[in-house]
Design a protein around this ligand. Structure first.
Ligand SMILES: Nc1ncnc2c1ncn2[C@@H]1O[C@H](COP(=O)(O)OP(=O)(O)OP(=O)(O)O)[C@@H](O)[C@H]1O
Ligand SMILES: [Mg+2]
Length: 412
């Protein structure tokens, strides 16, 4: 097998941990290993029990290592939780050298000035994403290096997280002797798996509705403008069913997936389902409409909260490509239809796009969107490009040395 570069995405979710090993060949990703373990130790996307989180991660990582037949030494790890906040900022520097040619150093300087913000207390920066550069008033520039100008500006999207939450996650990974290439905002990762560049260009909302959190992000002009994590998702629906139908949690989870729907109106009065009772062996018959009446209001609340965030941030009318749903809860029957009716916008479930090979039928499920997105992030991030370039340079110089040695040896 040709292994140009192996990268690993680690999604430490509230319900499951996924380790995905990708072999990157010419920018496309071939999935060669998948490990999945039940997640214990997280609540609402945040580590609350280090020991249990470590053993969940260990399990997923070992499984992925065995399948891919590689030793995992570093990962791109996703982060979520309601401690995450994001802000947009900008920075400016002047180019005073006589040639006025913008260098990489100028770009670094301007991005640095854009980071001069008051951070929320006890928080640290996770991402500083340059959205666009402006050279002497000319905007929409993605790479200004080599251009001529006197004034360089940048617009950035800054994502911050609580120091303790970030450090606990880092500790869990490092405890296994695994290094972290980069911590990546989960909504950003998911977006890289399921959004098309046309949607991102036009304007689109992405909601990754998982077990413990719903991650919201808004894209426009190809870039991320807004991100937010809200602590309500699939587990809340399951809990509501447990209470509403007086049934054990495992049964509630199963019923949600097999008979649940977000559309009360789609269910007829006479449909009945069998439900286990708490503590008893016998089953009882319950109307499926009753189940839908438990689910629908929670879905409504969850989606309303998400849409309200988008509205408050001022993007509600700037997203002609509508809403894309991913994460496990996007599999809930009727959820996309419910959202389309309620908000009068196009709504679709996310699909894994082109450029991913291997294990496709497994990873096509929306529960893997974040892990796949982490691999995409790895491929597209500048850091990776840099290491790749450095690697290519090293290889080139190695070949050069070999060549020189050959010449000396054979030609004297
Ligand atoms: N067919 C289905 N119908 C309804 N809900 C489903 C279905 N399949 C999975 N889910 C729900 O999806 C949720 C898990 O989704 P996912 O794997 O995306 O979460 P996670 O990444 O572990 O958690 P988070 O991202 O919130 O930290 C669970 O609540 C599960 O009940
Ligand atoms: Mg998730």
């Amino acid at each position: 097998m040709r292994k140009e570069k192996v990268v690993v995405g680690l999604d430490v979710g509230t319900t499951k941990v996924v380790a995905l090993v990708g072999n990157i060949i010419d920018g496309s990703i071939e999935i060669i290993g998948l490990g999945k373990a039940e997640s214990h130790g997280l609540e609402k996307g945040v580590v609350v029990d280090i020991g249990r989180t470590i053993s969940s991660i260990r399990k997923a990582v070992e499984e992925a290592e065995n399948m891919a037949d590689v030793k995992i030494s570093s990962v791109y790890v996703g982060i979520a939780g309601k401690h995450i906040t994001s802000i947009n900022n900008s920075g400016t520097v002047s180019i005073n050298r006589p040639d006025r040619i913008i260098t990489e150093d100028d770009v670094r300087r301007v991005v640095e000035t854009a980071q001069a913000i008051q951070l929320p207390p006890e928080s640290e920066m996770i991402h500083v994403i340059p959205r666009q550069y402006i050279v002497d008033g000319q905007d929409g520039i993605t790479d200004p290096v080599g251009m001529t100008g006197t004034r360089l500006e940048v617009d950035v999207h800054i994502v911050t997280g609580a120091i303790t939450a970030v450090h606990n996650l880092v500790r869990c990974v490092e405890a296994l002797g695994i290094g972290i290439e980069q911590i990546v905002l989960e909504p950003l990762a998911s977006s890289m798996a399921v959004l098309s560049s046309a949607e991102k260009e036009l304007g689109v909302i992405l909601m990754d509705i998982g077990g413990g959190t719903t991650d919201i992000s808004v894209f426009r002009g190809g870039d991320i403008w807004f991100s937010k994590v809200i602590p309500i998702a699939g587990e809340h629906i399951t809990n509501d069913i447990t209470v509403g139908l007086q049934t054990p949690i495992e049964e509630a989870e199963l019923i949600k997936k097999t008979a649940g729907t977000a559309l009360v109106d789609s269910v007829s009065e006479d449909e009945k389902i069998e439900v286990a009772t708490i503590g008893g062996d016998e089953k009882k018959m319950v109307s499926r409409k009753k189940l839908a009446k438990i689910i629908e209001p929670r879905v409504e609340e969850l989606l309303d909260l998400g849409m309200q965030e988008v509205e408050d941030a001022g993007y509600r009318d700037l997203v002609p490509a509508g809403l894309v749903l991913t994460g496990g809860t996007s599999l809930l029957d009727g959820i996309a239809e419910f959202a389309a009716q309620r908000y009068g916008i196009p709504v679709r479930r996310g699909k894994i796009p082109q450029g991913i090979h291997g294990l496709r039928d497994i990873v096509e499920s929306p529960i893997y969107a974040t892990a796949i997105g982490l691999l995409r992030y790895a491929v597209e991030s500048r850091d990776f490009q840099k290491t790749r370039r450095a690697q290519q340079k090293r290889q080139a110089s190695l070949i050069g040395k070999l060549f020189a040695w050959f010449n000396r040896f054979f030609r004297g």
